[in-house]
Design a protein around this ligand. Sequence first.
Ligand SMILES: [Zn+2]
Length: 197
Amino acid sequence: MLLKELKCPGCGAPLKSKERDMMLACSHCGRISLFADGTVGDVSYSIAAPAENRSEELIYVPFWIVNADLNVKKESISGGRISRFITDRKQMRGTRDFYVCAAALPEDSCRKWNMDLTLDQPELTFVSGFKGAKRAVMTMEKGIAGENAEFLFLRYETEIPGTLQTLEYDFKINSTKVLYLPAYKINDTYILGISHE
Ligand SMILES: [Zn+2]
């Protein structure tokens, strides 16, 4: 395998890739770059503040935040229509952030987080650095995140009681960026611990 020398776009120091992590931290200036397709590039990322007073070890989990316009033009469902109204189900429509877990973590956790966070968008406060806390390895490419955001919508629509007969929609991605959310490992599961200040 031919390895190009990777350099930090911020300060030019050499970068080392390890553990398949697509997010490479510069040991010189601390900046994180995206490593994809054999090259290093700029990536916009932010870090959400962790909940306080937790004794478990903090680990930051990377998500792709896919901001997209979702315009449903036509949808018809046979049966189950009444239950749809009485369950007061949330609508996944309009412009919103789709949360797509980008870490190599258990599939079950990721699926649940993606749906919960996309439906109930959390209010976040941000911190400027990881302060020595671990980061979960990011393994998902940006393009795949966009596809997963669309799948998330489709999964949600097919969970409506009744049979989905027609669904016509436009899904337009406006921007994609990285967000680290704080999590804690309890036994073998991870739970998110976002600050609610
Ligand atoms: Zn650097």
